[in-house]
Design a protein around this ligand. Structure first.
Ligand code: ATP
Length: 261
């Protein structure tokens, strides 16, 4: 059987910070592959390097060793405009990621203008509808929205140029648990409807198990093993560290499943 070719691949990715004489390696020889249409998670405790990987892939930090590829082509350190058409990012904090003095319409019109995409007005209404917000929301400022509504706007902003891939950096961790469930369900629905590929970072196993088919367990800058969502749910891990991490949070997975069912 012909092996499938990944949409995204990290090959021996290493990232260090600090001055030359005191460099700290926070991502250490990480490799993973994500197929088209797949949702892959990076899970691990705070500081293990998850967001650093996402920032490198998104083009926010070009100072890395190893390679990141998109459809088999190595990405240049400075990403092209086409990259941002294909790949969009959703950040953790919907309060910080939206400009306080821009109404929603302006937030959504900007990416369309950058990429020269027509039918702006129709696309804004369609995309707001896709994230569960009515057309009246286009005239609101961020302070006139709830946390969940702001994150819906941030998701709409990411989707409006019709990307293939969303990079999701703890997209629900700043929200109340009940709102988290709504946003997770929205992300699940959007992936199916739009055939999207996700790379999601979270310290919350329940979030990863709900969204992702596979996840890389990170510890001190390395992926120590990969698990399917079923293995996460059944607490089947090879490494002791992963087993302890799973056992500590498995009840949270069950609770989250009940909440979002
Ligand atoms: N720009 C930077 N300069 C120096 N150190 C950094 C920088 N960005 C991240 N780090 C360090 O790299 C390590 C990994 O950070 P990272 O944000 O990737 O962790 P994380 O697993 O995403 O954790 P969290 O969930 O808390 O964000 C941390 O020790 C952090 O302090």
């Amino acid at each position: 059987m012909k092996p499938t070719r990944p949409l995204i691949e990290a090959i021996g990715l290493s990232i260090s910070f600090g001055p030359k004489h005191a460099r700290t390696r926070v991502v250490d020889d990480v490799s993973f592959r994500i197929d088209k249409g797949e949702a892959y998670g990076l899970i691990g405790e705070s500081g293990c390097g998850k967001s650093t990987i996402l920032r490198a892939l998104s083009g926010l930090n070009g100072d890395y060793d190893g390679a990141l590829t998109l459809t088999d082509k190595e990405l240049p350190k400075t990403r092209s405009k086409d990259f941002f058409h294909r790949v969009q990012m959703v950040f953790q904090d919907p309060y910080g990621s939206l400009h306080p003095r821009k109404i929603v319409e302006k937030v959504l019109a900007e990416p369309l203008a950058i990429h020269g995409i027509d039918r702006a007005s129709e696309r804004i209404v369609e995309t707001l509808d896709a994230v569960g917000l009515g057309p009246s929301f286009r005239y609101r400022y961020p302070h006139e929205l709830s946390g969940g509504q702001r994150q819906r706007v941030a998701i709409a902003r990411a989707l409006i140029t019709e990307p293939e891939i969303l990079l999701l950096d703890e997209p629900t961790s700043a929200l109340d648990v009940s709102v988290q469930a709504e946003i997770l369900n929205l992300l699940r629905r959007l992936r199916i409807e739009r055939n999207l590929t996700y790379l999601m970072v979270s310290h919350d196993l329940a979030v990863i198990a709900h969204i992702c088919e596979r996840a890389g367990m990170m510890y001190k800058g390395k992926i120590i093993e990969e698990l399917t969502s079923q293995q996460i749910r059944q607490s089947q891990a090879r490494q002791d560290y992963t087993r302890e991490f799973l056992q500590a949070t498995i009840e949270a997975v069950a609770r989250r499943d009940e909440a979002v069912a």
